[in-house]
Design a protein around this ligand. Structure first.
Ligand SMILES: Cc1cc2nc3c(=O)[nH]c(=O)nc-3n(C[C@H](O)[C@H](O)[C@H](O)COP(=O)(O)OP(=O)(O)OC[C@H]3O[C@@H](n4cnc5c(N)ncnc54)[C@H](O)[C@@H]3O)c2cc1C
Length: 388
């Protein structure tokens, strides 16, 4: 596709939309317009913990996370205020089911030549003195994993693209489309009509609602996850910790702050949701975390938030063409693990669009896999453990 003259419209300025705009621009497109119904970071990306880990469940996702780390690092080298923290990621397994998970992904990590190390018994105790009962656990470390500030990532791309005069329209909710035969001709925003050639839906959990306007059903359900911010004096320099038994994760935020998240919700949420964490979560999190990490008994609860994640039936994203229309595409459905894969997905999506080839084969994430299947209702599965 000769993209120089094409007018691209991206709906949603979260990580998917901003990364797609970035890679489209880098591939030579200059007529790019991003519509965002609220402000930058109003969706899931602004509420994300910013954890990027290669400890995932299949070769494609591991490749995507590894490439995303490279992209985050490339951007941080160009823009000093966007910081990448290479502190590594450890998964801790006490229960048999969790240990089984570690053993399975370890083989995949090995196949993908990811730098990893496994610890048990005294070695675990020595290496991770900040963990409680580490000698009884199986611990998998991937030292090259990172975290970064997801809001700052959006802002960095936004500043870069604005400088290059890409049209970013904030506070502009896409309300509807004009279609003709199998083509989208344009869209409506606050009564103004915008024509374009290619349309990419990057609207996170709201993508389903947008597509319903043109009679397209996609298998996507919102579920709510929560984060608590704890103050802990003299917090040691810990890697990101993920406790597979409880599905709680913890990462350092500032010298005296940690954020603790849960990815365990399996109930469908409304798109209008409670943005503060539940009392039960807030009061439960300190006792739970003291069973995982040492010296958290004196931690204080400082705040927190909740956000929506987008579930799909097989917990894999929806990437690529929507076959009902010739010029309509989607990037959505990340099941709580979007930030860590989105930059690489957007890069590959753009090279598929522009050159019909990809470095990492993401064709199995095509929405076509659900064609002819019952997709309205499905079970929302939790955390990392879905592999079983
Ligand atoms: C609490 C929490 C913690 C998380 N932690 C992590 C983590 O550590 N690592 C990780 O990999 N993932 C994490 N995730 C998941 C991650 O945040 C998401 O997978 C990712 O941000 C999805 O990005 P997105 O661009 O697809 O969607 P979003 O960021 O939701 O962006 C979609 C945008 O579309 C806009 N929009 C919607 N409707 C319209 C419309 N009609 N017109 C115009 N704009 C519209 C929305 O306002 C929104 O800004 C977390 C999620 C939550 C909630």
């Amino acid at each position: 596709m000769n993209i120089q003259d094409k007018r691209f419209v991206i709906i949603g300025a979260g990580a998917s939309g901003m990364s797609s705009a970035y890679f489209l621009y880098k591939s030579g497109a200059s007529k790019i317009c991003v519509f965002e119904r609220e402000l930058l970071g109003s969706g899931s990306t602004g509420r994300c913990a910013g954890i990027v880990s290669t400890q995932l469940w299949n070769e494609i996702d591991i490749k995507l996370a590894r490439r995303s780390i490279e992209i985050f690092e490339e951007i941080s080298r160009k823009v000093p205020y966007f910081k990448v923290y290479k502190k590594g990621f450890i998964s801790i397994a006490g229960k048999e089911k969790s240990k089984k998970y570690i053993n399975r992904i370890m083989d995949i990590l090995k196949g993908e030549k990811i730098n990893y190390k496994i610890y048990q018994g005294q070695e675990a105790e020595k290496a991770f003195s900040f963990l409680k009962n580490s000698e009884d656990k199986l611990i998998l470390e991937t030292p090259d994993d990172i975290y970064c500030d997801s809001g700052m990532f959006l802002y960095t791309i936004y500043s870069y693209l604005r400088k290059e005069k890409i049209d970013l329209k904030l506070l502009r909710e896409v309300e509807g489309f004009r279609t003709s035969n199998r083509e989208i001709k344009g869209l409506w925003v606050k009564g103004i009509y915008y024509p374009a050639d290619i349309f990419i839906i990057c609207a996170g959990v709201w993508s389903k609602k947008i597509l319903e306007k043109i009679g397209i059903k996609i298998p996507l359900l919102p579920y709510r996850t929560q984060i608590a911010v704890l103050r802990k004096k003299d917090l040691t320099d810990i890697p990101v910790i993920y406790d597979l038994d409880t599905e709680l994760y913890i990462r350092k935020e500032f010298p005296d702050k940690a954020i603790i998240g849960n990815g365990t919700e399996t109930k469908e949420s409304s798109l209008i949701f409670k943005e503060n964490p539940d009392e039960e979560f807030i009061y439960g999190v300190i006792p739970e975390i003291t069973n995982i990490v040492n010296d958290f008994e004196d931690a204080e609860y400082m705040g927190g938030w909740a956000g929506l994640c987008a579930a799909t039936p097989d917990r894999q994203p929806l990437i690529g063409k929507i076959s009902e229309f010739e010029n309509l595409y989607i990037i959505a459905g990340f099941n709580g693990f979007g930030f860590m894969r989105i930059p690489a997905i957007a890069e590959n999506f753009v090279s598929y669009l522009t050159e019909n080839r990809t470095e990492i084969d993401i064709s199995s994430y095509s929405i076509e896999r659900f064609k002819g299947k019952e997709i309205e209702k499905f079970e929302i599965k939790q955390g990392f453990s879905f592999i079983d």
